[in-house]
Design a protein around this ligand. Sequence first.
Ligand code: AMP
Length: 372
Amino acid sequence: MPTLVNFSESRSEDSNLSPLFMNRLWKIPADRAHLRGWQERYNVLGNVEYSCFLHGGQRFFGSNEYQKYVIFGRKPRKTERNRAFQAQMVKCRNQAELHAALASKRQQGQSIGFVPTMGALHAGHESLVAAAKAECETVVISIFVNPTQFNEAKDFHSYPNTLEQDLERAEAAGADCVYLPSVDELYQGNLTVEPVDYGNLTHSFEGSMRRGHFDGVVAVVRKLFQAVQPNRAYFGEKDLQQLAVIRRLAEIEFPGLKIVGCPLVRDVDGLALSSRNVRLTGLARNRALKLNAWIRTIQREVESGARVDEVLQAVREAAQTDPEVKLEYLDLINPNTFEPWSDAKDTREAFAVVAAQVDGVRLIDNCRVMCS
Ligand code: AMP
């Protein structure tokens, strides 16, 4: 068997693919990649088609070294090949349908992976489905725009709705079942939610800028976990604080459930993918890139040994005085507690986090920073 020494070249023809998403590819054991069947590759990569080939050997390099070339492209919709390989995704509108769809799988002892979403699916969501598919026998995705987690009615009413495309994307990404509850189905006419107090986790940053947000998140995720009863649930590091809150919820109320955090997926220019990005028109999209530039500056400076307080002060000053962006917060935090990172008590791993409004669209971003 040839030795794979190098992933030498990759070419993206899909603007939704980020370097991070490509990184997921590199985790496919190199010596097995060429042995995998189409469907397995397809499941791992969600909605993205790729072909890979080996190049090298005695004839080209005069040695047994090979390089692997990977060409990416968007998977064509609903091809005959799709249909042949994938059973139809089951659509469930209520708990009875959900239980009927999952009963036989549970009886067979199949593991159930769950990906909760609010729809308007993009490659970030697809990466969660792909991660669930790689680890679980059955994957359930939910699409539900949760009214109780929006602190502004306008934001809720203008939330993008692309259900037809979402169903295609979810199915192509490998979901076996989609749960599409109505507001009444989940809330039974009572939209009042209990306040949640996980200390700093629920009250700082997102919790303080969006009052009541985590009360709504916890309420809906609890209902969804009760309905789906998954073995593993997948959440994106894009919403880093939400991930920490859900981990706490699971620890307290769903001890058998494993919460899996998945890497943030970016567009090729670095913008964190978000369903709200469709509302960024023209210049606003370029302005939105500033969020990423700020946290990358913090990462670069801190990792090259600069003092955290000095770096934060300089970058915050630039962000606060930028007339094109309305900064909400910019900080370096401990990802477990969401307290400002401190070299006296924290481990090396910190996260730079930012939230800001660009032309009325609220955006968040974060990146890992290894402090010295
Ligand atoms: P949403 O539909 O925005 O509620 O997100 C549903 C799930 O997708 C959450 O766990 C998010 O953290 C995750 N998600 C959203 N955007 C991204 C992204 N760019 N990369 C990774 N995960 C994401």
